[in-house]
Design a protein around this ligand. Structure first.
Ligand SMILES: C[S@@+](CC[C@H](N)C(=O)[O-])C[C@H]1O[C@@H](n2cnc3c(N)ncnc32)[C@H](O)[C@@H]1O
Length: 97
């Protein structure tokens, strides 16, 4: 994760850089309608949008990120009508320790 990703920096530069990687990831995941996806480190939501399209209409995609600015952008850019939501959380935190 680079300095572009967490809390500051030119957020809009992230998706174009990672787009080709995300395309391969989404293809290899082989998702079908009805499945549920947890997108950890969803950033500004491009991968979550693609996952939600792949599992719609009966599935669901939840994007999780530690950066509120990234999630704000994801919520603003999210296409209407897709089965998705976003949550602010640190995937690195472990409970009970
Ligand atoms: C390189 S971006 C990837 C964004 C998106 N998945 C994509 O492919 O366009 C990585 C994201 O992981 C998030 N991230 C880094 N550490 C995290 C953690 N411990 N918990 C949740 N998200 C985290 C960053 O805030 C950033 O938005």
């Amino acid at each position: 994760m680079g300095p572009y990703c967490v809390n500051s920096g030119p957020v809009a530069r992230v998706d174009p850089l990672l787009g080709p990687i995300a395309d391969v990831l989404i293809d290899r995941a082989g998702l079908t309608s009805g499945e549920r996806v947890l997108d950890v480190g969803c950033g500004s939501g491009a991968t979550t949008f693609a996952f939600a399209k792949a599992v719609a209409p009966n599935g669901f995609a939840l994007g999780l990120d530690v950066s509120e600015p990234m999630l704000s952008q994801a919520r603003a850019l999210a296409p209407k009508g897709l089965p998705l939501d976003f949550v602010l959380a640190d995937a690195g935190l472990r409970s009970g320790r």
